[in-house]
Design a protein around this ligand. Structure first.
Ligand code: SAH
Ligand code: SF4
Ligand code: F3S
Length: 440
């Protein structure tokens, strides 16, 4: 590869989960600190960072088609860096298959991005997929600006090894960032404009640390300390694992007023044989009991989940158990996916891989129930008064969009500004959003 001018502009495109969005923001901050300028259009940028996701087959294929699409009309390409979970899992393959890629950097090594980009501009091809994550966070610049709702990664990695999932391989072992660092980063985000912080982790409720008094604390203790930041109004967290839902966290939903009444708690299946084959540590019954305990602590809570249909060997009757669990749980929303065999995971080699048509049919039936429950939940909140955090302008004149405490999208038309917390009466519900009327 020949040398090029050091890039002056960059574009970061993130795929996948919110942790990737967070990483994308941090990479942008790193590059900005080097004097580079962010560009909204990737066609114009000197450097394009594709921050990739490996969770399902489709997500991975997208990377290669995206690399192809970066070729400009005159045959040139920007300097392309592939980051994220595909970089971690298939770095060598990307380098071999896509000669235009000049940098491959894994999710735990992106603090090295600026020097790698400089070396690539000087003619090299750079790969870094080192773990673990501690060095990364210490090397990132202090945060300065934030939108009203900010992400803060507090925990990385996963030790759960669900048999279908690549995350333990792409993100490494579970680590918790230190308490003091998190309070510091949260303070910087709030000073930069954040009113809401969503704490992130692949298993966010597995976070453990020591508070300022040197006592061991979990996520509830961290949320309690964050609640003391006066200008921080709302705390959320995602994604939690049922096994790490401890008593203190359940209690916090009842007594920490800044902790929003929303819980995303993936279950994956409602059938115990399938759950066992997935290496999930809960049964359908223990999961539903856990939801009961959460609801006793916070009757108002909105629940969300993740589902996989068509796990190897799943029969119609086993799938029907998942539909029954949905009926019993009463979700406010949920995500659902067709099982995707991932290279290197135990489930990819299991007998009984399910035909695509069967998965399509099951996904449709499952999503019909979820949609039914989502609409029912939204309707159940009509007539309630709640606070909405204003996040952006709506499409119509004078219209604003924001989130209710239950993570619903709410629109209203009135005087307001981004970052305002406004009182709203919810007056009309659709499947995906609600109309509100500002109070007073
Ligand atoms: N750590 C989180 C989820 C991370 S991945 C948890 O355990 O809850 C987000 C979701 O993607 C998972 O909850 C699961 O529903 C889905 N998923 C993961 N691997 C998958 C695969 N191989 N095929 C289909 N869906 C998958
Ligand atoms: Fe994947 Fe399971 Fe870990 Fe979630 S808990 S990231 S689904 S292995
Ligand atoms: Fe995807 Fe990696 Fe997140 S595989 S879902 S970007 S942890």
């Amino acid at each position: 590869m020949s040398a090029t001018n050091p890039p002056r502009t960059f574009h970061v495109k993130s795929f996948g989960c919110q942790m990737n969005v967070y990483d994308g923001e941090r990479m942008a901050e790193l590059l900005t600190a080097q004097g580079m300028q962010a560009s909204d259009a990737r066609e114009d940028a000197d450097l394009v960072v594709l921050n990739t996701c490996h969770i399902r087959e489709r997500a991975t294929e997208k990377v290669y088609s995206d690399i192809g699409r970066l070729r400009r009309d005159d045959g040139t390409t920007p300097l392309i860096a592939v980051a994220g979970c595909v970089a971690q899992a298939e770095g060598a393959e990307i380098m071999a298959r896509a000669p235009s890629v000049r940098v491959v950097v894994g999710p735990q090594a992106y603090h090295r991005l600026p020097e790698m980009v400089a070396a690539a501009a000087a003619g090299g091809r750079e790969t870094e997929t080192d773990m673990p994550a501690e060095a990364k966070f210490a090397a990132l610049p202090r945060r300065r600006k934030s939108g009203p709702s900010a992400f803060l990664t507090i925990q990385e990695g996963c030790d759960k090894f669900c048999t279908y999932c690549v995350v333990p391989y792409t993100r490494g072992a579970e680590i918790s960032r230190p308490f003091a660092d998190l309070i510091d980063e949260a303070r910087a985000l709030v000073e930069g404009g954040a009113r809401e912080i969503t704490l992130l982790g692949q298993n966010v409720n597995a976070w453990r640390g020591e508070n300022a008094a040197g006592q061991p604390v979990g996520l509830a203790g961290l949320a309690q300390a964050l609640a003391k930041l006066p200008d921080l109004a709302r705390i959320r967290y995602t994604t939690s694992h049922p096994a790490d839902m401890d008593d203190a966290l359940i209690a916090a939903h009842g007594d920490n007023p800044k902790l929003m009444p929303f819980l995303h708690l993936p279950v994956q299946s409602g059938n115990d044989r399938v759950l066992k084959a997935m290496n999930r540590s809960h049964t359908a019954e223990s999961y539903l009991k856990l939801l009961d305990r959460v609801r006793r602590s916070c009757p108002d809570i909105a629940l969300s989940g993740d589902f996989i249909v068509g796990f190897p060997g799943e029969t119609d009757a086993e799938f029907a158990d998942t539909l029954s669990l949905i009926d019993a749980a009463g979700y406010a929303q949920a995500f659902s996916f067709k099982y995707s065999a991932r290279p290197g995971t135990p489930a990819a080699d299991m007998d009984g891989q399910i035909a695509a048509e069967v998965m399509d049919d099951r996904l449709q039936r499952l999503q019909a129930r979820i949609n039914r429950d989502q609409l029912a939940f939204n309707r159940s909140t009509v007539g309630r008064r709640c606070t909405v955090l204003v996040e952006r302008r709506g499409r119509q004149d004078g219209q604003w969009l924001g989130k209710s405490p239950w993570l619903q999208s709410v629109h209203f038309t009135d005087q307001a500004a981004i970052g305002d917390l406004v009182e709203v009466d919810l007056i009309e519900a659709g499947p995906n959003s609600l109309a509100g009327r500002r109070v007073g």
